[in-house]
Design a protein around this ligand. Structure first.
Ligand SMILES: Nc1ncnc2c1ncn2[C@@H]1O[C@H](COP(=O)(O)OP(=O)(O)OP(=O)(O)O)[C@@H](O)[C@H]1O
Ligand SMILES: [Mg+2]
Length: 238
């Protein structure tokens, strides 16, 4: 569907989220323009993962709405939201440990495609993730933690999503693997996918993103273009 260019890709409006009696998000609002990427920042427990999981439909808000690509997705199931091309890289690893790297990709990319189309798509994945190419014959369960996350990320790209949500993809990874993860994300962005990034490496997240949203204690306390946000070190002190 053709939407006006000026309309945001994602609009979160006055969202409240609770876990039983515990309220985790208080009236959070932010928007993500088309073609932009956004860093969701804030101290531990600020509500970043909760907000991300609410956007991808895994948790339902008790108030407010979420508009994606011109449609109200607030009440849709995670499956219906995924079908609209809003994908969150699964927590845990979301891969088949006893199958090879290539087989994992074949299962993800084979659905609805001919064998030769699938092969072409997987070659493209290997260009984006050279490390997975090197390891294409290895059992997924024997990959390192970082490599397994890359495979989960690659599987999430079955058809390039309009919006990809990544929550702490680089957590605990060696610096060289973090470099690989960011190189892959840059490649994905170049292909036209917007990324909503939650990331401990704040400076890297800001380098990667056009906009940032800062959360504290369940509230959005700051939102705007990265170039206008000022000194993050003072903003992010819990
Ligand atoms: N399943 C749950 N049940 C109850 N409370 C939860 C649940 N998940 C998260 N919370 C609480 O909600 C608040 C926000 O948690 P959330 O995981 O969204 O924070 P976060 O910003 O992602 O933190 P971190 O940087 O540590 O990942 C925290 O106080 C947390 O304890
Ligand atoms: Mg989190």
């Amino acid at each position: 569907m053709n939407q006006p260019i000026s309309e945001p890709l994602l609009e979160v409006v006055e969202i409240d989220v609770s876990y039983g009696p515990f309220k985790a998000i208080f009236g959070a609002s932010f928007s993500l323009p088309r073609g932009a990427s956004l860093a969701l920042l804030g101290p531990n427990g600020a509500g970043k993962s909760t907000l991300a999981r609410t956007v991808s439909g895994l948790i339902k808000p008790t108030r407010g709405k979420i508009i994606f690509d011109g449609q109200d997705i607030t009440k849709l199931s995670p499956w219906e939201i995924t079908r609209r091309s809003l994908i969150q890289v699964p927590e845990g690893r979301g891969i088949f440990a006893t199958l090879g790297v290539r087989e994992n990709l074949e299962l993800a990319f084979g659905c609805g495609n001919s064998a030769s189309q699938t092969k072409g798509l997987i070659e493209k994945v290997f260009e984006t993730f050279p490390r997975l190419h090197e390891r294409s014959g290895q059992l997924a369960g024997t990959l390192s933690g970082g490599e397994q996350r890359m495979l989960a990320l690659a599987r999430a790209l079955v058809s390039p999503p309009k919006l990809l949500i990544v929550d702490e993809l680089s957590l605990g990874l060696a610096p060289v693997v973090v470099d690989d993860v960011f190189a892959s994300l840059e490649e994905i962005k170049k292909q036209g996918t917007s990324v909503l990034l939650i990331e401990q490496h704040v400076n890297r997240a800001l380098e990667f993103s056009d906009r940032a949203v800062v959360m504290s204690k369940g509230e959005v306390v700051l939102e705007g273009p990265v170039s206008e946000l000022g000194d993050m070190d003072t903003i992010l002190i819990p």
